[in-house]
Design a protein around this ligand. Structure first.
Ligand code: ATP
Length: 296
């Protein structure tokens, strides 16, 4: 048996825009994505008897091919034509589930990167991202990280200048949001405000944190139910009052994040939000290559 442990970082959307519905049923997206230091930990035990399966100790997560990590392992084995039978994927979950922070997609991406290493397959990150496309729309981004523009369904990726150093507070409200219902609401809704994607790209290039945070925006915030909208707005207000330069909802929500220049302000925002919410995290943006793999 050979083993490897590696981190699977969460992501946030600095922007999320929908350019239109596509004939294939998907939507054409335009998103500025950022990996953050909040990570699940993935351990791969290749050759551990029992077929390909996941174990997280969490009853609400599947252990079979419905787990995105298992789906990624099966997609990798098929794409490479490898013939191994047994793989245990142990997931230590820290990223909130169904939160718009790509927890499942990141686990899947970590499995692809890890198996590439463990089996000496020698695939490029781009080839791994391609395999990830069939597992989920956010998986290619999670393979490549760290600051990127995602187009198409999310798979057309352009690396961007890193987000300047800052502190990012994540807060997940108690309700969950159905992603298909959000897309349906967007399809029905009037086109309201849109993010200034060109402007945020220029601000990233200039390394201007204030101009980046002024342009953070997610079109899904405009199609939430009124009760959801009120709670998202109240978390954003709490973050801004605590000194965040900007705040927005990530992905299909409901996680809200605020970007701070000062660690002390971010820490007091965390303390304040923890009075009302269980899932509050202090994170930093990741830049450069994703964290190195660790042999065990
Ligand atoms: P995204 O930001 O990519 O939209 P999300 O944060 O909204 O993702 P996830 O936490 O990735 O949502 O998971 C959504 C669904 O996927 C849940 O129903 C969950 O049961 C299922 N799932 C499958 N595998 C995993 C995994 N490894 N981790 C988390 N969820 C998983």
């Amino acid at each position: 048996m050979i083993s490897l442990t590696l981190p699977a970082p969460a992501k946030i959307n600095l922007t999320l825009d929908i350019l239109g519905a596509r004939p294939d049923g998907y939507h054409e997206m335009e998103m500025v994505m950022q990996s953050v230091s909040l990570c699940d930990t993935i351990r791969l035990d290749l050759g551990f008897a029992g077929g390909v399966r996941a174990s997280s100790g969490l009853q609400f997560l599947p252990n079979d091919k419905d787990n995105l990590a298992v789906a990624a392992a099966l997609a990798f084995r098929k794409a490479t034509g490898q013939t191994w039978r047994d793989l245990l994927i142990t997931i230590e979950k820290r990223i909130p589930v169904c939160a718009g922070t790509a927890g499942g997609s990141s686990d899947a991406a970590a499995v692809l990167r890890g198996l590439n290493e463990l089996t000496d397959a020698g695939l490029s990150p781009q080839a791994l991202a391609k395999i990830g496309e069939e597992v989920g729309s956010d998986v290619p981004y999670c393979v490549l990280g760290t600051t990127a523009l995602a187009g198409g369904r999310g798979e057309a990726l352009t690396p961007l200048s890193p987000l300047p150093p800052c502190w990012i507070v994540l807060c997940k409200p108690r309700f969950s949001i159905s992603t298909p219902a959000l897309f349906r609401a967007w399809d029905r809704g009037k086109r309201r405000l849109r993010p200034d994607t060109k402007g945020i790209l220029l601000a990233l290039e200039a390394g201007d944190l204030v101009e980046v945070t002024r342009r953070m925006f997610n079109v899904f915030e405009g199609v939430l139910l009124p009760t959801q909208q009120r709670e998202i707005e109240s978390i954003k207000t709490a973050l801004l009052t605590a000194g965040a330069l900007g705040a927005a909802m990530s992905g299909s929500g409901p996680t809200v994040f605020g970007v701070f220049r000062e660690k002390a302000l971010a820490e007091s925002a965390v303390a304040l939000l923890r009075e009302d919410y269980e899932e509050v995290f202090l994170t930093e943006p990741l830049s450069g290559p994703l964290p190195a793999l660790r042999e065990t």
